[in-house]
Write a protein that binds this ligand. Structure first.
Ligand code: ZN
Length: 326
């Protein structure tokens, strides 16, 4: 894995590649960020770069024995720890600790969800960090770095991963998943800037069907073509959906995107401009704005209360059609 295959994170990229190229990398690094932000990918790219035998600059060569071993998951000097159950236990670090003191080549220990180390494990790690063997690097990944021992944090160089830009997620999805622009744009909005979320949605088998259904329903409601009876029947089906929240979020995004298009003609838009739906012309910005607010309110009620889903959806669908189609 190379740094150039990873998206965004310009600041992190500049600092890591600069330190690698100058051979001034700290022997203990914390990569912090929310779940899905790409910590593990960055941690692996960094591990491979450290271990590469032929590295010039910051990027691993991808050709040497070390790079091949790393990519096939069999590198003898790469150690990966993650919670066994809920915690990272002392036995896990004990089982590999002797390897850290073998002389010779560089070694990397990547610890995923490092904040889940028990106090005993943290103490054991701290002892190693206090007198680190030459050539040994620790990379700690953490969603909540402040849960790490202060004494560990103070010995680490800490980097915070940032959410990716909308365009960076689109580029990632079109490149890595060969995804069409329209879907990639939508997933970029849904991902919250977290590439892990975007890939999770992209790899969800049901996403394409959900996308098509949501698009149809958004168009039907806006065109006012369904009778009240049809809307009530749709509310019953919707109420039974296990993916009700993501489904409503999709419909909301369609209206939000239309709203942006209406308000500022050449803003970045969610839907392929070559395939505008007929209804985009007929819905007013006020109607779209009310629709977005209404769907968000319904999502909140479903998440936060024990509201009767069917009744709530009946009311929401009827009100949506009324606001959008007026
Ligand atoms: Zn290499």
């Amino acid at each position: 894995m190379t740094f150039s295959s990873l998206a965004g994170q310009q600041e992190l990229r500049r600092m890591l590649t600069g330190a690698l190229a100058a051979d001034k990398l700290s022997h203990a690094i914390v990569l912090a960020g929310p779940s899905g932000s790409g910590k593990k990918s960055w941690g692996k790219a960094l591990s491979q770069a450290i271990l590469c035998a032929n590295r010039s600059g910051a990027e691993p060569c991808m050709q040497c024995f070390s790079c091949h071993s790393f990519c096939s998951g069999n590198h003898s000097d790469y150690f990966f720890l993650e919670p066994d159950g809920r915690r990272i236990k002392i036995a896990q670090i004990r089982s590999i600790r002797n390897n850290f003191y073998l002389s010779g080549s560089k070694k990397v220990c990547l610890i995923d969800r490092a904040e889940m180390m028990t106090a005993e494990t943290s103490s054991s790690l701290l002892k190693i960090l206090e007198e680190p063997p030459v050539g040994l690097y620790f990379i700690l990944l953490a969603e909540q770095p402040l849960l790490l021992f202060d004494t560990i944090l103070s010995r680490c160089q800490c980097y915070m991963l940032q959410p990716l830009k909308y365009a960076e997620i689109i580029e990632l999805l079109t490149r890595e998943r060969n995804m069409a622009m329209e879907q990639a744009s939508l997933l970029a909005h849904l991902s919250g800037g977290l590439p892990g979320n975007a890939f999770k949605l992209a790899d969800d088998d049901q996403f394409a069907d959900r996308f098509a259904e949501a698009k149809t329903m958004a168009g039907n409601l806006a065109s006012g073509r369904d009778s009240a009876l049809q809307l009530l029947s749709q509310a019953v089906s919707l109420a039974e959906r296990e993916d009700l929240i993501p489904f409503l979020e999709l419909i909301c995004l369609f209206y939000r995107d239309r709203l942006i298009q209406n308000l500022c003609g050449n803003c970045e838009q969610l839907i392929n401009p070559d395939q505008p739906s007929a209804w985009v012309e007929v819905v007013s910005p006020t109607g779209l704005e009310e629709a977005v607010l209404m769907i968000n309110a319904a999502i909140y009620e479903i998440k936060a209360t024990n509201a009767n889903r069917r009744l709530l959806l009946e009311k929401t669908l009827i009100m949506l059609q009324r606001r959008l189609a007026k």
